[in-house]
Structure formats: C-alpha cells, structure tokens
Design a protein around this ligand. Sequence first.
Ligand code: FES
Length: 148
Amino acid sequence: MMITLKINGKEHTVDTDPTMPLLWVIRDIIGFTGTKYGCGKGLCGACMVLMDGNAINSCQMPVSVVQGKELITIEGETENLQLLQKSWAELNVPQCGFCQSGQLITATALLNNNPNPSETDIDNNMIRNICRCGTYPRIKSAINHSVE
Ligand code: FES
C-alpha cells in the first residue's frame, strides 16, 4: 500500500504494509536513524517521535494511522527541540547516548504543551523514557535550564 508521511516538513511516499510500525518505516525505509529501537514494546521511549507536537512510541504505531499527521524526528528542527538540544549540549547530558533522542523528543512535547513545567510536571512527563546510564538528574536540569 502506498502511504505518504510528512516528516520534518517534507513528504515521503513509501510502499509498505499498512500495519508496519512507524519506527521501521522511519529508520529502515526512509533512513532517519536518529530514532532508536529499544524494547519494541512501548516501554522504553527510545523510539519517540512527535506527532502533531505530542510524543508517541513509534514502535507501537501502525504507519497507516499517522498519514496526514505532522511528524518530527530528532533530525527535525523545531524551536523547542533546538532549545533543548542546546541545553543538552551545555550540560553534557548524554552518557552512552542511545536513549537521548527519545528523551529529547519527550521533553520537546512537554515544552510544546507546557512552556514552564514544574518539577512534578517534568517527572510525570519524563517517566515515559528509560535511561540505563541513569542520566535522569542531568536531563531534568537541562529541561529546567532550557526554560530559564
Ligand atoms: Fe518503542 Fe521501546 S522501542 S518504547
């Protein structure tokens, strides 16, 4: 089935099984490999992308469902994503780095919906993403730093 996706402001038409998870299409067919495969079960957040400004687990989303939606990956350029990336770099947040694109996407969705989040808002939002290196304190500091 031919499916057209709008990713990072550009349309991509792919011939694929409509039930294929969005993550596979983004990485393996279109080639945006910044979005990561972690658990494949909707549990880790490594595969987060923005859909109409909100973070979704792309490993759980059939590609046909997201047609017509505005998708942003870590390679995209939005004001909040770039603000957070700058803050991430300034505070040296990543350790191994594998989860960080997902962390940044979830943090971007937080700022999209709540430009001045409280500590509790950050905790409640970022709970969707796992970091095996334990960079949580630096992630939290970087989100706070980005809105100072
Ligand atoms: Fe999608 Fe873990 S790879 S939530």
